[in-house]
Design a protein around this ligand. Structure first.
Ligand SMILES: Nc1ncnc2c1ncn2[C@@H]1O[C@H](COP(=O)(O)OP(=O)(O)OP(=O)(O)O)[C@@H](O)[C@H]1O
Ligand SMILES: [Mg+2]
Length: 327
């Protein structure tokens, strides 16, 4: 950790991360007794890319709707950008770019026109002028280019594919260069190339200071993009931790070798598990282990510290019984 003189502005900034989304005991019951969100305490800090995970029906979209004031929580407290929601929505929402399941647009209008209209009808931060039609037009053009719709922005939205509509929803979220993006499955319906483009866009936005909260089912994407993970299981938050901590080395070393049998014989009881050419070795330092294997004439194709995969972590923490249909 960097050191700074006690009491200096820098040390204060370093030690007290600004909380951008904070909930306490957030609960949402739907008619019929469905406990969609069950007492969750979320904490998203400025600069995070927060990955909000959970199976179908676990409560992600409902949580996002509560955060944005689109549905009223049954109980609990919500603060977004330091202000109480939904009470302070008029000052909070203009600073937030949001994309929630199934973004709506007028089919007979172009993507560009839809963005200009949505922006013109939206609320904006206190003291900030909305800009004229030309300004909005320029920002719409820029947002369309950011999401890869530059070439089709003038075409009617009714001719857009699912992935193009999703990109348009993302463009709408970007229109006001928000400090916080709340995105419910932003890559829903996108092809692999599109998923990569959006990942790169979100990564670039985060580098320039945008905090991002996104729900997703794509664990590989989350693993590449997110700094912090929250996992919902049947409405309950069963995990909330920095990804780096979750994926810290386990202390074991993975070795892949075409001479795995000889390696196992050499290392004896240190080998915890062997699966074909792959060995899991405990109590060893990677560089030392590598030198020992190579000096004994054992070929090494891969060697490195073992890290747990997000997929395994999610599976372990989720109580879902196999074959059970979500509520
Ligand atoms: N308007 C509603 N009325 C009644 N129940 C609802 C309503 N909206 C959601 N639910 C229920 O709340 C639970 C959580 O749904 P939610 O849409 O938040 O899940 P999700 O995690 O977003 O799922 P998915 O991954 O499929 O998008 C589900 O049991 C769902 O049936
Ligand atoms: Mg959902």
């Amino acid at each position: 950790m960097r050191s700074a003189p006690p009491g200096s502005a820098e040390s204060a900034a370093d030690l007290t991360p600004e909380v951008v989304i904070h909930t306490e005991g957030l609960t949402k019951l739907f008619a019929g007794g469905v406990r969609a969100v069950d007492g969750i305490d979320l904490e998203v800090q400025r600069g995070d890319v927060y990955g909000f995970l959970g199976a179908n029906g676990s409560g992600k979209t409902t949580t996002v709707r509560c955060l944005l004031g689109l549905v009223l929580a049954t109980s609990g407290r919500i603060e977004v950008l330091g202000e109480a929601m939904p009470r302070r929505g008029a000052s909070v929402l203009p600073r937030v770019g949001a994309l929630v399941e199934g973004p709506a647009a007028y089919g007979h209008l172009s993507g560009h026109r839809n963005l200009v209209l949505q922006d013109a009808s939206g609320r904006r931060p206190q003291g900030q002028l909305g800009g004229g039609r030309k300004d909005r037009g320029d920002r719409a053009t820029e947002a369309l280019a950011q999401v890869g719709l530059g070439a089709v922005g003038s075409r009617p939205v009714r001719g857009y594919s699912l992935g193009m509509r999703q990109r348009l929803g993302l463009a709408a979220a970007l229109m006001r260069q928000p400090e916080l993006l709340v995105l419910d499955e932003p890559t829903n319906g996108l092809d692999p190339q599109g998923i990569r483009e959006i990942r790169e866009l979100l990564s670039a936005l985060n580098r320039t200071g945008t905090t991002i909260f996104l729900s997703s089912h794509l664990l590989a994407e989350v693993e590449q993009l997110c700094t912090r993970i929250g996992l919902l299981d049947r409405g309950q938050l069963v995990l909330q931790e920095p990804l780096a901590r979750l994926r810290a080395p386990t202390g074991r070393v993975v070795v892949v070798s075409p001479d795995a049998a000889r390696a196992a014989a050499l290392l004896g009881g240190c080998v915890e598990h062997r699966d074909g050419e792959r060995l899991l070795v405990k109590g060893a330092e990677p560089a030392v282990l590598n030198a020992r294997l190579v000096s004994n004439g054992i070929r090494v194709s891969e060697l490195g510290p073992e890290r747990r995969r997000l997929e395994d972590i999610v599976e372990e923490r989720t109580r879902r019984r196999s074959g059970e249909v979500p509520r």
